[in-house]
Structures are given as structure tokens and as C-alpha cells.
Design a protein around this ligand. Structure first.
Ligand SMILES: *Cc1c(COP(=O)(O)O)cnc(C)c1O
Length: 387
């Protein structure tokens, strides 16, 4: 039987489809089977995978991890690990910081990641300096003479700020820090933080990677064998493991990632342009716009601009107009989360833990795969209805 390994590296659009398949033996399934087993047969002699118990190693995670490691460009000895949620993955990376250690992290970023770091700070377990991650000099200054972890998110949720990943990773390493990037908004198809100098990349697989708003899952990838080992041990002893069915669903979603990233990215850029021209809209945040502060950086370090954009309406300091707009939409679903095939809209400050750097009226729009004209017509009628 021909080996499925490529003679030259596959393009990411091929990897998402072709990697993580069972060996091509006669009668073998094309898709990895779901394995519901908490324990594996063993009596002294380890099998080829050395599985013993499903918290340590699990046949259902391995194909997904293989695809993610390949997409992230993790080198030999490194790899990817699936976690029970994006936050389980973020927590595993945060746990690499020694007690009392120094962390530099974005002030404006995913609200629960900020909440986690604030909690570590409040408990005296870490000293955290929150910075404007788009301001490289502020990041460099905060790293000072030494830090244990430089936590980056780019583009940020929900302000779509773009960090200079190469410059920040270099500064982080000069300060002796482990450099981790939450790349959820970009996916590995649009941005490869390891190639830009990061040590670890983190994803909420819940979002674009899974793509159907039906599963919570997280992942980390690294080229560093020692870091991989520590994260793997953390997952085993803390127990934040994905269920087999969740991992299977995520892999099924990943198979169409290239198509979805292309379509949703193009639609998001199109809608960003149209919204930017609307007199009712005060500000559109999307790195595709030439006037966006992150545009040049995004062009330099990303292959696309992502499928999430944020808007603020004219004369909406309290967010009342934003809420009215959400109520008037018929196709866009009012819901949190992002990266699914269905378009979602949300006023972020409705969450108590949202950083106050997010404007009260900011609406985050996650663009799905619907027809662009239908999405625009819905926005247009809702904007027209605001008096
Ligand atoms: C959603 C999200 C997370 C958390 O992921 P969960 O799967 O919800 O735990 C982390 N980072 C970013 C940027 C996110 O959007």
C-alpha cells in the first residue's frame, strides 16, 4: 500500500484534509474511528503507543493533534496537545510560570484569559504587567530585565489589535521569558506564531478550528520537547482532557478549515469595507482596512485578516444603539463565541468580566459562511432602523 506521507510538504489546505488519517491498509476506515475506552490492554510490555489509561494517551486525540502540529509547523520532538477547552490550554501554559514569577500580557484581550491572570496576581502566585500589545515599546519596557512568560494574543479579542510577533518574541527571549501566543482569531492557516519566534501557540479549538459551534476544545503546539513534556504532564495530572467525541467533532470540523477560513475572511473584509462607508457606523476594526492600525503588520505576518470584526456606532457612548442594532438583526444570531459557520453578533460589555478597555458600545461580529449579500442586507436594514 502506498504511504500517504508526501514527498514534499503539503500546503495547509491539503494538510487539513489529508493528515491524521488511519494507515492505508485494505478495509481500513478512511476516518479515524471513535474509541470509547478508558483503559487499554497492557501487561508489562508497552504497545507501540504506550497507552495505558485514557487520561495519559487517547487514540481519539492523536489524529487531531497530528493535524494541528503539522499546521503549526511544530518541529520534530515538538507537537500539539488537545485540552478540554481553550481555557484549559491557557491555564496549562500559565501554570508553567513559577510561583512569584513575572508575566507580561495584553490588557485588552480575551476576557477570561485576563481574568485568569488577574486571579493569579490576586492570589500572589504571579506578578502580571498588563500592556497594550500593539505598542511594541510598551511590551519591551514591561519585560524589563526579566520575565517568565510573555503572553500574547494577536489579533486580540475583541479589539482586533495586531502585535508585532517577531519583535515581541525577540524581546521576550532577551528577557528570558517563554513566549506564548493565543492565535485563536487567526488559526494556523492565517498565522504561524512558531515560525515568527513564539515558543508556544494556543488555540480555542472551539472557534474556527472546529467551526460549527458544537464543541468546546483547546490546543497547544510547540517545537520545544521540554515544554511539550511539561504541558503533557500538566494535562495528565490536572485532568483537563478532551472527550473522545469532542476531539472527533473537532477533527471533522478541521477538514473544511481552509474553505471556511477563505470564505469567512473574504466576507469579513467585504463587510468591513461596507460598514466603514456607512454613516451610522463610527468605527470599524478589521486589519483588512488600509487605515486600520494593524493593517501593515497583519500584511507582514498573516496570510489574511481573519473573520471577526468589531464596530462602534455613531453617538453610542452607552451602548444603547448597539443593543438596539442586535435586537433588529434577523439573520445574524445574537450570541457569544465566534468562528462557526453561522454569523454571530455580540455587545461584548454585556459580560461582567470584559476588560473596560472594550468600548461600551462595541459589537463583535463573527462572520460565517452565509451569502455576503444576505448578511449585508440584514445589517443594512438594522442600521436603517436606528433613529
Ligand atoms: C474563546 C477564546 C478562548 C477560550 O476558549 P474556550 O474554548 O472558550 O475555553 C481563548 N482565547 C481566545 C482568543 C478566545 O476567543
Amino acid at each position: 500500500m502506498a504511504d500517504s506521507r508526501p514527498e514534499r510538504p503539503w500546503a495547509p489546505a491539503t494538510t487539513v484534509v489529508a493528515a491524521g488519517r488511519p494507515p492505508r491498509t485494505p478495509d481500513a476506515p478512511v476516518n479515524p474511528p471513535l474509541v470509547f475506552s478508558s483503559t487499554f490492554v497492557g501487561a508489562g510490555t508497552p504497545g507501540p503507543q504506550d497507552r495505558t489509561y485514557a487520561r495519559s494517551a487517547n487514540a481519539s486525540w492523536e489524529p487531531l493533534e497530528e493535524v494541528l502540529a503539522t499546521l503549526e509547523g511544530a518541529r520534530e520532538g515538538g507537537g500539539a496537545l488537545a485540552f478540554a477547552s481553550g481555557m484549559a490550554a491557557v491555564s496549562a501554559v500559565a501554570a508553567l510560570v513559577p510561583v512569584g514569577g513575572r508575566v507580561v500580557a495584553p490588557r485588552s484581550s480575551y476576557n477570561t484569559s485576563v481574568e485568569l491572570l488577574e486571579q493569579l496576581q490576586a492570589e500572589g502566585r504571579a506578578q502580571v504587567s498588563f500592556v497594550d500589545v500593539a505598542d511594541t515599546q510598551e511590551v519591551v519596557d514591561a519585560l524589563g530585565d526579566g520575565a517568565d512568560l510573555l503572553w500574547l494574543e494577536s489579533p486580540t479579542n475583541p479589539l482586533l489589535e495586531v502585535a508585532d510577533l517577531v519583535a515581541c518574541a525577540e524581546a521576550g527571549h532577551r528577557a528570558g521569558a517563554l513566549v506564548a501566543v493565543d492565535g485563536t482569531f487567526a488559526t494556523p492557516l492565517v498565522q504561524q506564531p512558531l515560525a515568527l519566534g513564539a515558543d508556544v501557540v494556543v488555540h480555542s479549538v472551539t472557534k474556527l478550528l472546529s467551526g460549527h459551534s458544537d464543541v468546546l476544545l483547546g490546543a497547544v503546539a510547540t517545537s520545544d520537547p521540554a515544554v511539550l513534556q511539561r504541558l503533557s504532564t500538566h494535562r495528565r495530572v490536572h485532568g483537563a482532557i478532551p472527550g473522545p467525541f469532542e476531539a472527533w467533532l473537532a477533527l471533522r470540523g478541521v477538514r473544511t478549515l481552509a474553505l471556511r477560513v477563505e470564505r469567512t475572511g473574504a466576507t469579513a473584509a467585504d463587510l468591513a469595507r461596507r460598514l466603514d462607508a456607512s454613516p451610522a457606523v463610527d468605527r470599524v476594526r478589521h486589519p483588512s482596512l488600509p487605515a486600520d492600525p494593524g493593517h501593515e503588520r497583519a500584511r507582514a505576518q498573516m496570510r489574511g485578516f481573519g473573520s471577526v470584526l468589531s464596530i462602534e456606532l455613531v453617538g453610542d457612548d452607552d451602548g444603547a444603539r448597539a443593543s438596539a442594532l442586535v435586537d433588529a438583526l434577523r439573520l445574524w444570531t445574537p450570541a457569544t463565541s465566534l468562528g462557526g459557520v453561522e454569523s454571530l453578533v455580540e455587545r461584548r460589555r454585556r459580560h461582567a468580566n470584559e476588560p473596560t478597555t472594550t468600548p461600551r458600545g462595541l459589537l463583535r461580529l463573527s462572520v460565517g459562511v452565509e451569502d455576503v449579500e444576505d448578511l449585508w442586507a440584514d445589517l443594512e436594514q438594522a442600521l436603517a432602523g436606528l433613529e
